[in-house]
Design a protein around this ligand. Structure first.
Ligand code: NAP
Length: 247
């Protein structure tokens, strides 16, 4: 049975990925940090459509939570064949000279360390080195890793740069062990994350800077994630797909 764990699956890109994965026959573990009702809503939608899903609370920046998260998913689904490192966060738009250490630790704890911890747990289960059957990992990065997010959140952009390096390094480390590792770099996608930065209307403001002339949808990102997870991408590892309308 195909099983996928999606971190931050309760909203936005993670929720769209959960719905699409269920339609493609995956049993889906929907991780969330605090919004239990949103995660449960995604699970109910999947179950109503005849799929299998489970909501699991865990703050991925905390190692004990990540260990428990994978144990609970494994207990329910008996294996984890795919991981989507989607959970990510940002804080209020500001310049680097206005950021303090506590903020930097929060951003890097979720976006970088959380993704590393989840990748490590996944590899221990998927790798043929440990008796696993192989698997696939997709890291949800951002075009910000390339563009830098000047004046908005260079900390967030730098954390996604680190995630891109994890994608390349881990892909080469585990390629011979049956695991492919890839990334997607979304551009401006209509989700709640922009409100966290203090500008809910950010996508509309920047739409004219996007060659395709509009923001993207969570489903358009989910399509790329599901393709990378699938056997159709069997010769693809250590690379990134930009889902950014050309920006
Ligand atoms: P979103 O709507 O804000 O959703 C974020 C999700 O991550 C929520 O499910 C949230 O759960 C979860 N989360 C945050 N911190 C967590 C933690 N420490 N542990 C576990 N779960 C955590 O964001 P989104 O726009 O869908 O973003 C998804 C990913 O795409 C992120 O990595 C983001 O950086 C990336 N991305 C987004 C855009 C965009 O324009 N939207 C562009 C580029 C990249 P709770 O609600 O329970 O806290």
């Amino acid at each position: 049975m195909k099983t996928v764990l999606i971190t931050g699956g309760s909203r936005g890109i993670g929720a769209a990925t959960a719905r699409l994965a269920a339609r493609q026959g995956y049993a889906v573990a929907v991780n969330y940090r605090q919004d239990a009702a949103a995660a449960q809503h995604v699970v109910q939608e999947i179950e109503l459509a005849g799929g299998e899903a489970l909501a699991v609370q865990a703050d991925i920046s905390l190692e004990d939570d990540v260990v428990r998260l994978f144990a609970e998913v494994e207990q329910a689904f008996h294996s984890v064949t795919a991981l989507v490192n989607n959970a990510g966060t940002l804080e209020r738009q500001s310049r680097v000279d206005q950021m303090d250490g506590a903020r930097l630790l929060r951003i890097f704890a979720t976006n970088v360390i959380g993704s590393f911890l989840c990748a490590a747990e996944a590899v221990r289960r998927m790798s043929t080195r440990y008796g696993g059957q192989g698997g696939s990992i997709v890291n949800v990065s951002s075009r910000a890793a390339v563009l830098g997010s000047a004046g908005e959140y260079v900390d967030y952009a730098a954390s996604k740069g680190a995630l891109d390096t994890l994608t390349v390094g881990l892909a080469r480390e585990v390629a011979a062990e049956g695991i492919r590792v890839n990334g997607v770099r979304p551009g401006l996608i209509e989700t709640d994350i922009h409100a966290l930065g203090g500008e809910p209307g950010r996508v509309a403001r920047l739409a004219e800077t996007i060659p395709l002339g509009r923001g993207g949808s969570s489903t358009e990102v989910a399509n790329a994630i599901l393709w990378l997870l699938s056997d159709e991408a069997s010769y693809v590892t250590g690379t990134h797909i930009d889902v950014s309308g050309g920006r």
